[in-house]
Design a protein around this ligand. Structure first.
Ligand code: SF4
Length: 238
């Protein structure tokens, strides 16, 4: 039941965020711009203390809920993992195993990201480099550059169709390709899709590293009763 609820919220969340990046009419921005404001790094950069307190409190209470249902890049990785599992054989379906975190990689990336974020307050290059590691920016680039042309084409078809019926509620939009951004988006997409289940989250993501530190102290974190564990590793697989 809880898992189903999580999936429903996660799907609604990624659809809403994706539309924020694609919608040319401004409808999404008018109705759910708050979805962008509850992303951790944007909230940090805008010093949105209420959102920051909410996210920190949520993590300290229930662990990385943020990674489950708020972060679009995390949800996107769940979707790619699900697709991979669907096409893989039965053996591969059970091949996702727990492995310990690569702590040194994780904290090195976090340190570099923190430095870039601070330098980025006054330096555009540092800000752009920080954006390469920040999950919300990464997802936004993929959505706008890879899905944007499709969305705009569909919008233009709809505009033609409605104009032929004397209805001008939709208007044409021109999609301007920004090649450097497109190349970064394609590379990000390839890396994310090729990585095993949530490998990016577990190894690289600086936001995940921050939340991971907090989640270790979460009030409702899962705890294994070692006196009753028989080592079947079912929890690992599931
Ligand atoms: S670890 Fe990073 S990319 Fe993964 S879900 Fe959490 S915030 Fe998003």
């Amino acid at each position: 039941m809880l898992k189903r609820l999580r999936v429903i919220i996660a799907v609604a969340s990624i659809v809403a965020v994706t539309l924020l990046f694609l919608d040319v009419s401004g409808f999404a921005a008018r109705h759910w711009a708050w979805m962008a404001k509850i992303q951790l790094i944007p909230a940090l950069l805008s010093l949105n203390l209420i959102v920051l307190a909410f996210l920190i409190g949520l993590t300290l209470l229930m662990g990385r809920i943020y990674c489950s249902v708020i972060c679009p890049l995390g949800i996107f990785q769940d979707i790619t993992a699900r697709i991979r599992k669907f096409f893989a054989g039965k053996k591969a379906r059970n091949s996702f195993r727990y492995h310990a975190e690569y702590r040194y990689v994780r904290y090195t990336v976090l340190t570099v990201f923190a430095v870039l974020l601070i330098l980025g307050l006054t330096n555009l290059t540092a800000s752009a480099l920080a954006g390469l590691l920040e999950p919300y920016s990464e997802y936004g680039r993929m959505a706008s550059q890879l899905l944007g042309p499709l969305y705009d084409s569909a919008n233009n078809l709809l505009a033609d169709w409605s104009a032929a019926r004397d209805n001008y509620i939709f208007s044409h939009v021109a999609h301007a390709t920004q090649w450097p951004v497109l190349i970064v988006a394609v590379l990000t997409f390839v890396v994310i899709v090729l990585m095993p289940r949530r490998e990016y989250c577990n190894t690289i993501c600086p936001v995940g590293s921050i939340l991971g530190i907090l989640a270790k102290h979460a009030w409702l974190r899962p705890v294994i009763d070692t006196s009753r564990c028989n080592g079947c590793r079912k929890c690992e697989r599931n």
